[in-house]
Design a protein around this ligand. Sequence first.
Ligand code: GAL
Length: 948
Amino acid sequence: MKHRPWIKAALVAGNLACAAAASASAAAAAPAPTAHRIGFDKYSFQIDGKRVYLWSGEVHPYRLPSPGLWPDIFQKMKAAGFNTASIYFSWGYHSPREGQYDFSGVRDLDRLLDDARDAGIYVIARPGPYINAEVDSGGFPLWLTEKPVKNRSPDPAYLKLADQWMTQIDRILARHQLSDGRGTVIAYQVENEYYNGSPAGRAYMQHLEDKARADGITVPLVGNHNATFVSGKGAVEVSGWDYYPQGFDCSHPSQWKPAPDMAEHRFAGEPLFTAEFQGGAFDPWGGPGYARCAQLISDRFANVFYKQNIAAGATAQNFYMLFGGTSWGWQAIPQNYTSYDYGAAITESRQFDPKYYEDKRIGYFLHAATPITKTDAMAPGRLDNPRLVDRARINPDTGTQFHLVHQGDSTASAVEQTHLALSLKEGAFEVPQQAGTAITVDGREGKLLVADAMLGATRMVYSTSELMTDATIGDRDIAVLYGRRGTDGETLLGFAARPKVTVLSGQVTQHWGKNGLRLDYRHDGLARVLVEGGPRPLLLLLGDDQATERVWRQDTPRGPVLLLGSHLLRSARYDGSTLALTGDGDSDAHAELFAAGAAAVRWNGQPLAVARTASDGLALTLPVPQPVVLPALDHWTRRAGAPEIARGFDDAKWRVANLTTTRSVTRPGTLPVLFADDYGFHTGNTWYRGHFTVDARHAAPTGLRLKVMSGGNGGAYSVWLNGHFLGSVTRNDVGSFGFPAGMIVPGDNVVSVLTVDMGHEEDYDSTGENRTARGIVSAEPLGADARAITWRLQGAIADEDPQRGPYNFGGLYGERQGWPLHPGPAADWQPATLPSADATPGVTWYRASVPLDLPRGQDTSLGLQIKDAPGRHYRATIFVNGWQMGNYIADLGPQHRFPIPDGVIDPHGNNDITIAVWKTDASPGGLGTVSLVDFGSYTSPVDVDTVR
Ligand code: GAL
């Protein structure tokens, strides 16, 4: 084990860290914080000397603006066997202006970190200052677009600003460290994918590390800089790898690229840590959609790739993303749309993708098979199928063997069968032994088999089933083994004398021989076998993979609890002889509980009737959800929203474009500089009005050539002259607009240009890309001098809404007037029906009030859907109760459904839906049909405060 200065003396013995992390009640009852030693060696991380497998998923608080739902995500992770969350903290999300920081409301990170602790989740904190993350400017604040500093470098001007953020965020993280026993922050990542190993790059990294230590960060410093900061100046303590083997094009989801061998990326003396391993993929504007990304990074992908990492010796794996969430407001980067679902295991609407269950099977296994945290590579077992390969590891202390039997070509999809030659303590075996059976490896499957292991007090010589979990409950052990439905399973248990075997359900045959008891079966539903005669009785649950989905485990200070049934088991807590469970129920009410000493059971606070089962568990009947009936959205009003088009609009208070220099990395095409960021307008739409005078001395320009940069291929701009529409440009930067003579008037003439900032670029290469121009880059009047036009501009009003923060509003007229919050007099809004047949280019706002009274005691995940006939050319910005939850582009897509988190939407109250529609051409057809959608509804303890 490496000895590091931050390691504190152990103040307690035993596994208190796990206990503290494992239960809210323990945390609440703890009289004083207890320090913990966090260490590591070449095998694994350790807490107070105890090895731990970090099974981790990435979540981003800034992508779920409803703190009441944070526990939901952490509990869903914990219930799937995750013990760690890797969390980016976005500087820009907390800093609306230089020197101003906000950690309140939806930005309350103390609350977030307490929620992680209460759910029993360790945290790998990733505060940047740069995070990438497909978030505006890679997490740099919007105001940094006005600072021509050298990003991500030792430039003192940059460091001064970055240190402001580090001081703020480190102060919070420091109060939640596991090392001090005050929270569950277990590691701290310095910067993000920073590959600049030059002296300057090293000085920058060292600066951030010194700053973290000076700010009281005592947990290990980790990195995802691949091989860059392993040693020397700026080195982190544990170097991790980021790996996205399938890339980010989800259009061919069944085509796989091969699995990497992470063993090649080991660093001496450090555990093998995948700081980001692919858990999904982002999707671009116009892309195939997240359903495809979930198919690309499917449960099969998790099965093959994550197990390969285990077989390579990884003992800390983080998946990016585990819950992606929503790039609400204007947080998305130009390339991506609002949803950041990512095809992740927990969907944007907080539902379970099939991958959730695969992550859970593996996560439970890692928790149960503790010898996995200390293994060395060993010679593989021989296979009789050349298309399959075994990769084996052994724990040097216990002798436990792990064999990953998988396709030699990780992309192969044929079903293969084999026998595996094992050399075990009992001798040599060719498994399975039963004639006519085989180990079946489905296409895109890896079978991680365990041998020479313990199932509680019983020796398991080998099994051709995979181990999901084992638990000592009361005076017996319960183990869950599984395989794909219809495949053979064979398990050999070591006994000195023949045990008593009772098949409680299913078809299982037994053979007694010199090596012990062999059970032969087919994975089909859930078979149950009670084996008595060893040190403790063993109840074996032999399931197919579907059956494992409804196996839930929770650990309490009085030992583990298993529940077979329910949609989700969130927590288990003993209160005397009453076991209080919380969880979610679906239409299948049947459940069976295995819990020691539980005389009575409560489910979400309600007492449940219990009855003994044949397996000596407790039969429970869980409440089922009420049907959810959503109201139709058929009472709309509308209001015109682009007065800026009119010649006579009063823009006297707008900023006059008068800058001749810019902070941007883009060179202006004409002067004055017209970049929105230079004038402090950083989000969404910005309007420009160009005035020119026509009189005896000034001839009218004949037109205008414009270059406008919106970012990405979702950009657009529209141009009017004296209120007449001249045209729009989409998916391009440059446009020429002739001025028809009849539109020109004597005196003041006005060109109105509506632009949009689709987000600032990330700064992956540290070249200042976040300062790429947004807005008008060049404006050349045709037939006249550039100075003939005087420009004024107006964008988002800064600090308009401190609660919702800097990304919520852009600069449309209705936004500047606060219509999503305060719509103004009802008389200004005219009745409207959808879909709209509107043919007028410009901006129109739509509004509907929706009272909801959904079933109580139920977690219903809602969203809004826009449906259109093809060929409509408009864009929509969607607000729910003032929160900007989506940007929609009718003719680009692909997003049509916008999950709205509970808290933003109120399922038991009135809700205001406000949609700004920017129609980009004069063809008939504006906003399509808008409806509410229900992504899933379960009986649940989730009950969320509104964030209004
Ligand atoms: C990584 C990066 C993450 C995210 C990811 C792709 O390279 O560290 O922040 O951008 O790629 O989703």
